[in-house]
Design a protein around this ligand. Structure first.
Ligand code: BGP
Length: 480
C-alpha cells in the first residue's frame, strides 16, 4: 500500500455525539438535544432547572428554554447529546491518544449554540470559542491538522422554533455570522473546513425542526444551504487565501441489482438523487435532470436575484464524503439512501450495513471523473457490537480487516487510477453515540469508552486491538 507523503490520516467526530458538556459555559440548545436514545426520530420535552432551584419543561417546537436554565435533570429518559462521551472535559487525553497513534488530522464539528446560543445574538459567547480554541491549540501541539465541520446536522433549537431552520433565508444570515467568527478566530490555525455534513441527507428534525419533510420544503431548504455554503466559501477565500473549503456528502454507492438495462438506468436516476447536491455546489449550477424533475413534480425553488451567480462563482475546493457501505437498486425499488437493499455478494454488519471495501475506490473514481477536484474521505468505519474483557480490552479483528481492506482500495485509487486524495478520517475514532440509533452499543472506535446505552460507566478510555494495529500501520506509513 502506498500513500502520498503529505496524505492526512486521522479520526472524525461530531459535537453532539461526542462532547457532552451540555449545559456548560453558556451553551444554548440545538435540535439534537431533544432526541432520546433509541428513538431518534421523535424529539421530546426536556426538563430543566434554574439557579434558584425552580424546575420546568419545554416542548419540542413549542417553547424555548429560558435563558436562566442551568441544567437538565430528567432521570426517566436519556438524551445522548446531553452527555456524549465527555470530550468537553477530556479533550486533552483524547487528542493525546490520537497523536500517539501517529495521526496527523482530527475532524471535529462546532456546536453552533456554544458560539451563538440562540443563533441570533450579534456577539459570540467567548466561553464557547475558548473551548474550540483549546482543542485547536492542543491539536497544534502535536502537529495535528484540525479539520472543522462548521455545521454537522444541527441548528440552534431557537432557529428551528422560529423559522423552521433552513426553510428560511434567515438561517443563512445566522450561519454566516457563525462562519465569520470562526474564520476570524481560527483561520490562522485551520486550513481545512467543511461547510456542512452530509447535505444530501437533510434530516428533518435536525436541520429544519420538522419531523417529516415534503419534497418542496426539502429542496427549498437545500437551496438555502447551497447559498449559505457558497457565501461562506466566498468569505473564507477573501479572508483566508490558504483556506480549503469543502462540503461533505453521504456517498456510499448504489449499484444496479442486475444487468437488466432498466435496472442499470434506475441506478443512474437513483445516484442523481445524491450527486445533485455536489453537482450544484461543485459544478456551480442546477443540472438539467434536476430542473426536469422539478418541472415534473411541480417543485418551485424560490430564489433571490444573484443566487445563481453566487453558486457559479463560489464553488468548493475539494469534495469530502462519507462511505461506509453500498446498496442496490432495481427498476421496482423506490430508492432511498437510508434504506439498505441487499447485495448477495457482500457480508453485512449487525445493522445490515454491507461491508464493501471496493465501494470506496468506486466513489473516489466516480467523483474525480465527474468533478476533477481532490477528494477527502472524511467518514468511513465499522459500527459493531464489541465485547470486552475484565480489563476493557476489545479484540476487534473484524474492524482491523474492515479498515485494512478499505485502505488497500484507497491506495489503488491513488496509485492505479490517479485520483488525488487529500486524506482519510476514520469515523468515531473514539467510541461515541450513534447518530441514526442514539445507541452507544454501535461502536466504531479504535478507543473503547466505558459507557453503555443508559449513560452508565466510568467514561474511561481503553485502546482496542485495532488501536495497536493502526499505530503500526501509521508508523510504516510515516517511514515511507
Ligand atoms: C454519518 C454521520 C455521522 C455518523 C455516521 C455513522 O451519517 O455524519 O454523524 O454518526 O454516519 O452513523 P451511525 O452513527 O448512525 O452509525
Amino acid at each position: 500500500m502506498k500513500f502520498p507523503k503529505e496524505f492526512l490520516f486521522g479520526g472524525a467526530t461530531a459535537d453532539f455525539q461526542f462532547e457532552g458538556g451540555f449545559a456548560e459555559d453558556g451553551r444554548g440548545l440545538i435540535t439534537h438535544d431533544f432526541v432520546t436514545t433509541g428513538d431518534v426520530s421523535t424529539p421530546r420535552r426536556i426538563t430543566y432547572q434554574t439557579p434558584d432551584g425552580k424546575t420546568g419543561a419545554v416542548d419540542w417546537k413549542k417553547e424555548s428554554m429560558p435563558p436562566e436554565a442551568v441544567g437538565y435533570f430528567d432521570e426517566t429518559e436519556k438524551y445522548p447529546s446531553h452527555y456524549g462521551v465527555d470530550f468537553y472535559h477530556r479533550y486533552q487525553e483524547d487528542i493525546k491518544l490520537i497523536a500517539d497513534l501517529g495521526m496527523n488530522v482530527f475532524r471535529f464539528s462546532i456546536c453552533w449554540s456554544r458560539i451563538f446560543p440562540t443563533g441570533e445574538e450579534t456577539v459570540p459567547n467567548e466561553q464557547g470559542l475558548l473551548f474550540y480554541q483549546k482543542v485547536i491549540d492542543e491539536c497544534q501541539k502535536y502537529g495535528i491538522e484540525p479539520l472543522i465541520t462548521i455545521c454537522h446536522d444541527e441548528i440552534p433549537a431557537e432557529l428551528a422554533n422560529k423559522y423552521d431552520g433552513w426553510s428560511s433565508r434567515k438561517t443563512i444570515t445566522a450561519y454566516l455570522r457563525l462562519c465569520q467568527v470562526l474564520f476570524e478566530r481560527f483561520g490562522k490555525q485551520v486550513k481545512y473546513w467543511l461547510t456542512f455534513n452530509e447535505v444530501n441527507v437533510l434530516r428533518g428534525y435536525s436541520m429544519l425542526g420538522t419531523r417529516s419533510v415534503d419534497e418542496q420544503t426539502f429542496y427549498q431548504a437545500s437551496h438555502h444551504i447551497f447559498i449559505a455554503s457558497a457565501l461562506a466559501t466566498k468569505m473564507a477565500h477573501e479572508m483566508l487565501p490558504e483556506a480549503m473549503l469543502g462540503t461533505m456528502y453521504a456517498l456510499s454507492p448504489v449499484y444496479p441489482l442486475t444487468c437488466k438495462p432498466e435496472d442499470v438506468f434506475s441506478q443512474v436516476t437513483a445516484r442523481r438523487k445524491t450527486l445533485f447536491f455536489s453537482d450544484v455546489m461543485i459544478r456551480g449550477t442546477y443540472p438539467n435532470y434536476q430542473k426536469k424533475y422539478f418541472e415534473k413534480e411541480g417543485i418551485k425553488i424560490v430564489m433571490e436575484p444573484g443566487d445563481l451567480e453566487t453558486l457559479k462563482n463560489h464553488t468548493l475546493d475539494y469534495i469530502a464524503f462519507s462511505c461506509y457501505r453500498s446498496t442496490t437498486v432495481n427498476q421496482e425499488s423506490q430508492y432511498d439512501i437510508m434504506v439498505m437493499d441487499p447485495n448477495p455478494y457482500l457480508p453485512k454488519t449487525k445493522w445490515n450495513w454491507t461491508v464493501d471495501p471496493m465501494s470506496i475506490r468506486y466513489v473516489l473514481n466516480e467523483v474525480y471523473d465527474r468533478y476533477q477536484v481532490p477528494a477527502f474521505i472524511v467518514e468511513n468505519g465499522m459500527g459493531e457490537i464489541d465485547r470486552w474483557d475484565e480489563n476493557f480490552y476489545v479484540e476487534d479483528d473484524y474492524r482491523i480487516d474492515y479498515l485494512n481492506n478499505h485502505f488497500k482500495e484507497i491506495a489503488k485509487a491513488i496509485e492505479e487510477d490517479g485520483v488525488p486524495v487529500l486524506g482519510y478520517t476514520m469515523w468515531g475514532i473514539i467510541d461515541l453515540v450513534s447518530l441514526s440509533t442514539g445507541e452507544m452499543a454501535k461502536r466504531y472506535g479504535l478507543i473503547f469508552v466505558d459507557m453503555d446505552d443508559f449513560g452508565n460507566g466510568s467514561l474511561n478510555r481503553y485502546p482496542k486491538k485495532s488501536y495497536f494495529w493502526m499505530k503500526d500501520f501509521l508508523e510504516a506509513f510515516h517511514e515511507k
